[in-house]
Design a protein around this ligand. Structure first.
Ligand SMILES: NC(=O)c1ccc[n+]([C@@H]2O[C@H](COP(=O)([O-])OP(=O)(O)OC[C@H]3O[C@@H](n4cnc5c(N)ncnc54)[C@H](OP(=O)(O)O)[C@@H]3O)[C@@H](O)[C@H]2O)c1
Length: 343
């Protein structure tokens, strides 16, 4: 296939930087890589393969022609620029929540619902799901496909990097200040200071007391798994971890399950790393994740008080599995299905 023109909007952010890194080592042939961000970053240099790329200010670019536009700069910019790139023929892969629940827009996790991306999507836009959704559905897929699920209850433990570069800085600076005995800097990216704290709120809270993140987790999982009636409820929590989201997932099935059967289903799922024996294999933790391109599943156990109930501990790198890698895999799937790159 011919080499592609690729644009990354939000190239200097946490997700954008990870995407550049993954694209560099991927097999996607790149003709021109265009890195776009705000005025503050214009002129910055980034090495990509054998080229030096200069970051450009998004609102200064003249032509929008590109084969793929990855949008990683937040909802407002996605809403404005997604349709504009798509109108110029690009396949837009959007990391924000802007289009995810739009019935005309595909929401894709290539390991879970690849078949939905067989043709160019009507609006030219594919949505990348929320970070906590991606790791959840990748762990759920083999179980929900083989067994009837009654309900799912999730508690998330989400890292500071989930709100981007400034979230990481706020955690680091606040932690340093606390250790030095200085007054806590005011919280900007989190509802209250995150260092040495745990915050039971990720996103705005609606009139029913549910946060945006909790809503997204349920709605997006139903769409990706094509299970519109799935009962899924969660509490999403921010924890003072720099990177890597963890989830305690309780799945209640319609019928009793056996641990060996669950192990077998998870062990053969590509891209899922199973820690089958908690004593011998240990369990995954976000700080020490070997193979950050995988979804890590440990603490697998049947509820001793209800043989229909199963607990999982699911950990993944939110910037990689939960954002940049999924976006890149969507691009690779689109290329393989000739959705782009053959004009
Ligand atoms: N972080 C995660 O784990 C995660 C996971 C899934 C999805 N997402 C989504 O991915 C997107 C990016 O998140 P992030 O965590 O990478 O955020 P981030 O670290 O805050 O990066 C934001 C990026 O947007 C750029 N930007 C800001 N204002 C701009 C403007 N007016 N014009 C052009 N570019 C502008 C920034 O450029 P400057 O450097 O010039 O300011 C930066 O490159 C968001 O939609 C987020 O919801 C994030």
């Amino acid at each position: 296939m011919r080499a592609l023109n690729i644009s990354i909007v939000g190239a200097t952010g946490a997700v954008g930087a990870e995407l550049i890194r993954l694209l560099e080592v991927s097999r996607i042939p790149v003709n021109r890589l265009r890195l776009l961000a705000s005025h503050n970053s214009a002129g910055r240099q980034v090495r990509f393969r054998d080229q030096i790329c200069f970051v450009e200010a998004l609102d200064q670019i003249g032509d929008l022609e590109t084969d793929i536009a990855f949008l990683c700069a937040g909802s407002a910019l996605s809403a404005e620029w997604g349709p504009r790139f798509a109108a110029q023929g690009a396949l837009v892969i959007d990391n924000s929540s802007t289009f995810r629940m739009n019935p005309d827009v595909l929401l894709v996790v290539p390991q879970v619902n690849p078949s939905v991306l067989s043709d160019r999507p009507r609006r030219g836009i594919v949505a990348n799901p929320n970070c906590s959704t991606i790791q959840l559905v990748r762990a759920l897929r083999p179980l929900a496909t083989a067994l009837d699920v009654y309900q799912i209850i999730v508690t998330t433990y989400q890292a500071a990097s989930g709100v981007g570069r400034m979230g990481i800085d706020e955690l680091r600076n606040g932690t340093r200040a606390a250790l030095e005995g200085s007054p806590a800097p005011p919280a900007a990216r989190f509802p209250v200071p995150l260092p040495f704290n745990v915050i039971p709120q990720v996103g705005d809270i609606d009139s029913e007391g549910v946060t945006l993140e909790e809503l997204k987790l349920a709605q997006e999982a139903r769409k990706i798994l094509a299970m519109p009636d799935l009962r899924l409820t969660s509490t999403c929590v921010r924890v003072p971890v720099e990177n890597g989201h963890s989830e305690a997932v309780y799945i209640e099935f319609e019928k009793p399950v056996r641990l060996e059967q669950i192990h077998e289903l998870l062990a053969k799922e590509a891209g899922v790393r199973l820690y089958a024996d908690g004593i011998r294999d240990g369990y995954p933790t976000p700080r020490f994740l070997a193979n950050p391109e995988d979804v890590h599943v440990g603490r697998v156990r049947v509820n001793p008080e209800n043989p229909r109930g199963l607990w999982l501990w699911v950990v993944a790198d939110n910037l990689q599995v939960g954002a940049a890698l999924n976006a890149l895999l969507i691009a690779q799937l689109a290329i393989a299905n000739s959705v782009i790159g053959e004009k």
